[in-house]
Design a protein around this ligand. Structure first.
Ligand SMILES: *Cc1c(COP(=O)(O)O)cnc(C)c1O
Length: 386
């Protein structure tokens, strides 16, 4: 029987070699040679002032909340259609997520609704670049400037993507990347914080190193290191960084191969879109993306559970995505929705993500499309007889 998984981690082939090298050099703690290589690559590729490897994107978001000085009652504007870490990072500091609706085309934060959600307690805007496609950053930066707010980009899915030629994550005050196994470039668990303003670099290094100025000590800038401010341990060990280096070296090839599969789905589903059966992803002209995800939106009258179940029975790993945070048990308590979120609620219920990974064959993609369209047909038939 056919089995096409939703995700399959891609190995470049150098991972074990670099890990073995770190092992031979007896480098296991963080900030060794491989961490430095990864940071330098990220800095060169994104133009950020400082890229700091973290043990996850979640950790990088938590660092951003500390750097932003978020305290009890501070409000942070973000989409409800996102991963829990976007909100948790700020809630841990006593912050209140204020959920704003998304755009129907990209499923990104709707910049036209942000300003009405700003209050005297608002401290930051957190745009999430869904599927590695950039938010409308020019408008978001302008709003942030008018109201003196920080911009923290959740670019977890956006490694190697750009908005108007600028790397996602390098546009706001801070940006966060994920190298989790399900992302494009991976290290199992892993992430990075991009610090885009020079005045925050030293504080970011301190917060990441348990609140100490250990990194200055290692650079010979101070003769001993001490506790400077509240921090934690956010850095990955060298074995993780060695693995990551094997992936970053191949980041462009990984992106290009994914783009090729993405484009194939997109071409092959054009007629289904014309027939009103699915809606395909929309990438604005301002964005170049990394093919992190291929999704379709089902018509409102098609039962998604039936489609997913039917695809699963035929061996296809298609999955839905976020349950909007404002409707989740924790989100209802610790956050608040800014008005109704009709686009979030409607589109999150209609979205289906298709298998996409390096090595996926055209035959497998044809099978995915075939089963998807048949499953939709079946789900429709079922809806009509109800
Ligand atoms: C994956 C993801 C995260 C969390 O990344 P981790 O590295 O697993 O902590 C946060 N936000 C978004 C939008 C994500 O897709």
């Amino acid at each position: 029987m056919i089995h096409i998984p939703f995700n399959k981690p891609y190995m470049t082939g150098q991972e074990l070699g670099y890990i073995s090298d770190a092992h031979a050099n007896l480098q296991f703690a963080g900030d060794g040679a491989y961490t430095k290589r990864c940071s330098a690559w990220l800095e060169e590729r994104t133009g950020t002032k400082r890229a700091l490897l973290t043990h996850s994107c979640t950790a990088a978001l938590e660092m951003s909340a500390l750097l932003a000085g978020i305290g009890p009652g501070d409000e942070i504007i973000m989409p409800s259609y996102t991963f829990v870490s976007t909100a948790n990072a700020f809630v841990l500091r006593g912050g209140v997520p204020v959920f704003v609706d998304i755009r129907a085309d990209t499923l990104n934060l709707d910049e036209s609704l942000i300003e009405a959600a700003v209050t005297p307690r608002t401290r930051a805007i957190v745009p999430v670049h869904y599927a590695g496609v950039g938010c409308e950053m020019d408008s978001i930066l302008a709003i942030a400037q008018r109201h003196n707010l920080l911009v923290i980009e959740d670019a977890a899915q956006g490694v190697t993507s750009a908005y108007r030629g600028k790397a996602l994550g390098s546009i706001g005050d801070f940006g966060t990347y994920s190298f989790h196994e399900t992302k494009n470039v991976i290290s199992g668990e892993g992430g990075a914080l991009l610090v885009n303003t020079p005045e925050n670099v030293l504080r970011a290094e301190i917060i990441r190193e348990k609140g100490t100025d250990r990194s200055r000590f290692f650079r010979g800038e101070v003769d001993k290191y001490t506790w400077q401010e509240v921090g934690s341990s956010f850095l990955p060990g060298e074995l993780t960084a060695a693995f990551l280096w094997a992936q970053l070296e191949q980041a462009d090839r990984i992106r290009d191969e994914r783009l090729s599969s993405w484009g194939y789905y997109h071409d092959r589903l054009a007629s289904a879109e014309e027939a009103g059966i699915v809606r395909r992803p929309i990438v604005p002209d301002t964005c170049t993306h990394n093919a992190h995800m291929y999704y379709v939106l089902l018509a409102a009258d098609v039962d998604r559970d039936t489609v997913l179940q039917c695809m699963k029975q035929h061996g296809i790993g298609a999955v839905f995505h976020y349950v909007p945070l404002h409707t989740a048990p924790a989100g209802r308590v610790v956050g608040r929705a800014h008005g109704a979120l009709p686009v979030t609620e409607a589109l999150s219920a209609r979205l289906v993500r298709l298998p996409l990974w390096v090595g996926l064959t055209r035959n497998e993609q044809d099978e995915v499309i075939h089963v998807l369209l048949r499953s939709i047909d079946l789900a429709k038939g079922k809806a009509e007889t109800r």
